[in-house]
Design a binder for this molecule. Structure first.
Ligand code: PEP
Ligand code: MG
Length: 319
């Protein structure tokens, strides 16, 4: 047993050493298609590690962390300091901060959310914000204030309709107007995007693209909702929760194509973004950005370097 694990350890170290040669290299396929490989984070503590792993930016900062670690609604000042720290540390690299995705598995007691039979399909995220816009407004003010400290983009999760996007965009405008009136500086060029993580959003992506600067596909929830399969249910892992299901890949293809048709960027921040089996499909569709956990950044860059997009048969994935 010791010999077996020693061999595995040697293999692991060998791989880490070989991956180091990809530090500082562009994220490119064999035939020259270049995209960006970002990292997902859930706290400011992870920034040093993702920079070490040569992530080209942050594709998903799960801001729920700030709410989960507080005993009450985090104030604008507290959030501002937090976002500023991350943006400063990342320098000129883009940081996509997702607005609060509270509810479902991320329960916060002081929100006093009602008991629900199906919380994953319940009162969560943007749905809470529409009822209680002051929560999102506080977060947006903190984000725009922090925007002068780096390269910020704002991302809204759990979208199912145009109305939700219009609501979120109006609140962004309100936050900026307030700051302007108060003489507080902010970056007016901050991009606003949405997560495509429901089948409704993917199917409506042509329309939704007209309202936003970018999409990021959240394949964890997109798989859950497309397959009617609770992503946290371990009994379903083996046969039902299959993110390679052609229905999901069709929705992904539709989303990327609609984004590009409308001249906006499309990235991916769910687990599928680091999946070597699906990487040729995503590169073949010319996805603009992939965001995964730090440990997979260099591995994905290496995998990408071995792909020839001209040889990818896209239809094979969605059959
Ligand atoms: C997703 O749903 O794919 C995603 C990236 O968001 P989260 O895992 O935080 O729900
Ligand atoms: Mg999600």
């Amino acid at each position: 047993t010791i010999d077996k694990y020693d061999a595995l350890n040697d293999q692991y170290i060998e791989e880490l050493v070989s991956l180091r040669s990809f530090i500082g290299k562009p994220s490119k396929t064999k035939d020259g298609f270049q995209l960006k490989i970002y990292a997902n984070i859930a706290s400011a503590y992870e920034v040093a590690n993702i920079l070490k792993k040569d992530a080209e930016g942050v594709g998903l900062f799960r801001s729920e962390f700030i709410y989960l670690q507080s005993n009450d609604y985090p104030t604008e000042e507290m959030q501002y300091n937090y976002y500023k720290e991350v943006l400063e540390e990342m320098g000129d690299k883009e940081v996509v901060i997702r607005t609060m995705d509270i509810g479902a598995d991320k329960k916060v007691f002081y929100f006093n959310l009602p008991y629900e039979e199906n919380p994953a399909m319940g009162f969560r995220s943007i749905r809470i914000c529409r009822e209680r816009p002051e929560i999102l407004l506080t977060q947006l003010r903190a984000l725009y204030r922090a925007s002068v400290s780096g390269h910020l983009s704002i991302m809204i999760p759990m979208i199912i309709s145009e109305e939700e996007v219009i609501f979120a965009k109006e609140l962004c405008e309100k936050a900026k107007k307030q700051l302007k009136e108060e003489g507080i500086p902010f970056d007016d060029k901050v991009k606003v995007g949405i997560m495509i993580e429901t089948p409704a959003a993917a199917l409506m992506s042509d329309k939704l693209a007209k309202h936003v600067d970018f999409f990021s596909i959240g394949t964890n929830d997109l798989s859950q909702y497309t397959l009617a399969c609770d992503r946290l249910n371990a009994n379903l892992n083996k046969h039902v929760f299959n993110p390679h299901h052609p229905a999901i890949l069709k929705l992904i293809r539709m989303t990327i194509e609609n984004a590009h048709k409308n001249g906006i960027i499309c990235g991916m921040c769910g687990e599928l973004a680091r999946d070597p089996e699906i990487l040729p499909f995503l590169a073949g569709l010319h996805i603009d950005e992939l965001s995964c956990s730090a440990a997979y950044v260099l591995k994905t860059r290496k995998n990408l370097s071995q792909i020839d997009t001209k040889k990818v048969d896209l239809d094979k994935y969605t059959e």
